[in-house]
Design a protein around this ligand. Structure first.
Ligand code: HSE
Length: 401
């Protein structure tokens, strides 16, 4: 019998306990022994089926030698960091879905895990139930990774889909995402691109082997996105999606060797690209390797059972003897401003085609309906800002190509 503890009994914690109980047969067969939740750390006791497992004394978990793995589903940094550290110091494996903690303190906690000869795994922190970190570091390990981009936030993709498909209001779609257990405790992190930003940092850390400081990553969400832009883009054969993106940069594109960048922003995506049609709570992540080319991972990016699926699999991995090589360097130098990247830009301006042409030269007009929507030729973000300084800008978005 392998005994574990769960810290936190919110959406993900509840899912973990359910997956372990509902899938007990397959888990036992694959693990070679039954997996049992011995204790659940809660802040407040609530009635329910797991009441008898709950404790509000962290030390009961920390000091119990029978508990070999602890699944942290508290979220945030403060208590989650403190308890994770103490569990690792006590020689327990730790599993988490906590992207904020990994993005901000991942290196330090991985080092501690290495010192203590235990595992610290976080597959569920990116893409919910989609296997992405294991494939990145194992199946694709023969590649130099050049770029990763993806729809990394289920809540905002769900909101955008509802607004476009059914004409739902932003606030109603957000409430529904919260009811379904997709959104963070404070949904600002979802809506403003911060959650996707933490996830792209984790992907970049692993892909390029250097810490990406979340503070250095520009993060823009969907709160300023206008339905008018969505409609214009749709008519012109594009979909608008919130993407996180991280790229390896080098002399071939005018940067120092070994540099990299990352950002989060809404993009126009040609409808012919598979990722343009990823809807609802689904996430999709494209990894570009120099040998394999583009590989896309697709599945449910949020929600109780998908996220729990990844957490429980990590707990099972902790209990196996398989080695996991998982870390990066804390050196954050070599991070470049993503505004130096070149791409086409979409603008909607209060002004005429002449105004657009004076600023950008040749442009592709998408709409001239009292206002002008157009696509530029590829320019850097810095250049786009400079050239558009005198325009009356209603919207500006990047185009993925
Ligand atoms: N709030 C997150 C999302 C949960 O909507 O994607 C999964 O990380």
């Amino acid at each position: 019998m392998a005994e574990i503890a769960v810290m936190g009994l919110g959406t993900v914690g509840t899912g973990v306990v359910k997956v372990i109980s509902e899938n007990a047969g397959v888990i036992t067969r694959k693990l070679g022994e039954p997996l049992r939740v011995k204790a659940i750390l809660v802040r407040r006791f609530r009635d329910g089926p797991y009441r008898h497992l709950c404790t509000d004394h962290f030390e009961e978990i920390q000091n119990d030698p029978a508990i070999r793995v602890v699944i942290e589903t508290i979220g945030g940094v403060d208590a989650a960091y403190d308890y994770t550290k103490r569990c690792l110091e006590a020689g327990k494996h730790v599993v988490t879905a906590n992207k904020q903690l990994i993005a901000e303190r991942g290196f330090e906690l991985l080092e501690l895990a290495r010192e203590k000869n235990v595992k610290y795994l976080f597959e569920a922190s990116v893409g919910g139930g989609i296997p992405i970190l294991h494939p990145l570091r194992e199946c694709l390990s023969a590649n130099r990774i050049d770029e990763i981009y993806g729809i990394l936030n289920g809540t905002t993709n769900y909101i955008l889909t509802r607004m476009v498909r059914t004409g739902a209001f932003f606030s109603d779609a957000l409430r529904e995402a919260q009811r379904r257990g997709y959104a963070e405790a404070d949904p600002t992190a979802d809506v403003e691109g911060i959650d996707a930003g933490r996830k792209i940092c984790v992907l970049g850390d692993l892909a390029f082997g250097h810490q990406i400081d979340p503070e250095a990553v520009p993060m823009e969400g969907i709160s300023k996105l206008s339905l008018r832009d969505v409609k214009i883009a749709n008519r012109a054969g594009y979909r608008i999606k919130l993407l996180g993106r991280t790229l390896r940069l080098g002399p071939e594109n005018g940067f120092e060797a070994g540099s990299r960048t990352a950002y989060v922003a809404p993009h126009l995506i040609p409808e012919t690209m598979p990722i343009a049609n990823v809807e609802d709570v689904f996430n999709a992540i494209v990894i570009r390797g120099n040998a394999v080319g583009d590989v896309m991972f697709y599945g449910r990016g949020a929600g109780e059972m998908p996220t729990a699926s990844a957490c429980v699999a990590d707990a099972m991995e902790c209990l196996s003897t398989r080695e996991s090589v998982l870390s990066w360097s804390p050196d954050t130098s070599g991070f470049e401003n993503p505004l130096k990247l070149r791409c086409r830009h979409y603008f909607r301006i209060e002004g005429s085609l002449t105004d657009a042409a004076m600023a950008f030269g040749q442009v592709e007009v998408l709409s001239e309906d009292g206002e002008t929507a157009f696509l530029t030729e590829p320019v850097t973000g810095l250049d786009a800002r400079k050239r558009s300084a005198n325009l009356n800008i209603l919207s500006c978005l990047r185009v993925l190509s």
